[in-house]
Design a protein around this ligand. Structure first.
Ligand code: AMP
Length: 503
């Protein structure tokens, strides 16, 4: 049995699982491309949306609570002048849900105006906030993005842009993909371990930085490459190119594997891997590791679809014992057995367990003919609290399924995420204190198997040491108070640390 490790330590800063974008164009206003890009990133955050632009004289900002389509009306975009700007969509979290944390965060100070969009989570934001507050900085939110903005604003009074960013990067610890506007200059920064995605794209008349390449596709642009961990990318103001500064180098990355499993769009390319193909490959591996012969394989829509397609593909080639199928063996049938109501929000945003259960039922309805009298394998990407799988196993059985076998495209989630995914607390995670057999009993499935951590690392073609798998191992690639770390990482010592521009 997996041992539960007590209560989840208090989160420092806010969990920010978001989408960020930045655009520099040659003459044309940036507001509309930013707006379309935010639409493409809407899955990364539905709580608030915003755009900040700069027209050479002044900064313009429109930020509000709600979905992109609700936040921006035609008139709002028209007054966001300037060919340079950044945008943000923010993920709903259990923490404070108010407009003080909506982004981009913008501030004007002595040497210009600053806008900041942040995806990720700092683990030492409180320490930096205390220090800055002691030096007279006034804060308007409890978010860690404002901490970065103040620190950068202070450094910009003393240093040029690149050195100021480097100095801030040396102080903050945790995960961050940032798009920043300093007057008309647009920049992108990725934390030294590259935990959250960020990529560069070329547009017809400029350049774009975005959390996911799907945003670049939406604007008919071309993916240039990922921003490298520890790199600062500065877009040229005429939109003709970008400059790169490798400010911090680390031996290992800590790419979040869950971006590939659940969070990112399947049509995005992240760290050189097309997410859809990665999910299909994870599905194939799942069959190889724990395939079970049933009449039919079906995905939990939409999260399990690519996994189930890879799983069924592999199942058509080899038997569960790994033997090649002969001509007379039809293998396993792939079917869409559950239909999704697209107008119901994600189950996670429902604050109570009761509401979450109702939402699953509202969201998914079985197709009786594909289920009745059959043995079924149901495939999803992950089990978090166990709400979805418990409900769906019951639903399929009520619909006449003879057996329901669950197969999951990720390892058991046993620990919280501190790096930006709202994953529930340790006490809420069904696998935190139950082994696979006990979870299987709890969800009332006929069998349950998860993908192994080695299976995940093998598919993502990554050394396990280059992935962040804290939520499935309980060991984190960052120094988090009250948790174990699997790396030799230390928080920056703030007090008494003399940071020089040429460090
Ligand atoms: P649960 O019902 O709590 O076990 O959650 C598992 C379901 O939620 C799966 O269908 C996943 O696709 C989905 N899911 C996994 N992680 C998240 C997340 N961080 N936010 C929202 N949904 C998630």
């Amino acid at each position: 049995m997996t041992e539960a490790r007590g209560e989840t330590p208090r989160r420092t800063g806010m969990t920010e699982k978001c989408g960020v974008v930045g655009v520099a164009l040659n003459g044309r206003d940036a507001a509309r491309p930013l707006y379309y890009a935010l639409y493409a990133l809407q899955h990364r955050g539905q709580e608030s949306a915003g755009i900040v632009t700069h027209d050479g004289f002044q900064q313009h900002s429109h930020v509000d609570m709600g979905l992109v389509g609700d936040v921006f009306g035609e008139g709002d975009l028209d007054v966001l002048n300037g060919s340079a700007g950044i945008g943000h969509v923010r993920y709903p979290t259990a923490g404070s849900v108010d407009s003080s944390c909506a982004q981009p965060f913008s501030v004007s100070f002595k040497s210009g105006s600053l806008g900041l969009s942040h995806n990720g989570n700092l683990v030492n934001a409180d320490e930096i906030r205390d220090e800055l507050a002691g030096a007279g900085h006034a804060f308007t939110s409890d978010g860690d993005t404002e901490v970065i903005a103040h620190d950068l604003a202070r450094n910009l009074l003393e240093e040029d842009l690149v050195r100021a960013v480097k100095r801030t990067m040396q102080r903050i610890h945790g995960s961050y993909s940032l798009t920043i506007s300093h007057d008309e200059t647009i920049m992108g920064v990725r934390d030294p371990q590259g935990n959250r995605p960020l990529c560069i794209g070329k547009l017809e008349d400029g350049y774009i930085l975005a959390s996911e390449s799907a945003a670049i596709d939406t604007l008919d642009g071309e993916l240039v490459r990922d921003v490298r961990p520890g790199e600062l990318v500065v877009l040229q103001e005429d939109g003709r190119g970008f400059d790169s500064y490798q400010l911090i180098e680390r031996e290992h990355t800590a790419h979040c594997f869950f971006e590939h499993v659940y969070f990112a769009r399947p049509d995005s390319v992240i760290d050189d891997t097309l997410v859809y193909e990665a999910r299909r490959e994870l599905g194939r591996t799942l069959w190889e590791e724990s395939g079970v012969e049933t009449d039919v394989v079906m995905p939990v829509p939409d999260s399990g679809r690519a996994f189930a397609s890879g799983y069924a593909d592999a199942a058509s080639e080899t038997s569960a014992e790994g033997e090649p199928r002969d001509e007379n063996d039809d293998g396993v049938e792939f079917a869409e057995g559950l239909m999704k109501n697209r107008y119901v929000g994600r189950t996670f945003i429902m604050p109570t367990q009761d509401e979450r259960e109702r939402a699953v039922r509202l969201k998914l309805n079985p197709i009786k003919s594909t289920v009745e009298g059959k043995t079924v394998t149901l495939i999803d990407d992950s089990i978090v609290r166990g709400t979805t799988s418990t409900q769906l196993v019951q639903l399929l059985k009520d619909c006449g399924a003879e057996e329901v076998h669950m197969r999951i495209g990720a390892p058991p989630i046993v620990a919280p995420c501190y790096m930006g995914i709202d994953m529930a607390t340790r006490e809420e995670l069904i696998a935190a204190d139950k082994d696979t057999e006990e979870v299987c009993d709890a969800i009332d499935a006929d069998s349950l198997a998860y993908l192994s951590t080695d299976g995940v690392a093998g598919v993502l073609e990554n050394d396990r040491d280059d992935l962040c798998m804290g939520c499935v191992t309980g060991e984190y690639p960052y120094d988090i108070e009250g948790e174990e770390t699997d790396r030799d990482v230390a928080r920056p010592q703030l007090e008494g640390t003399a940071l020089h521009a040429d460090d």
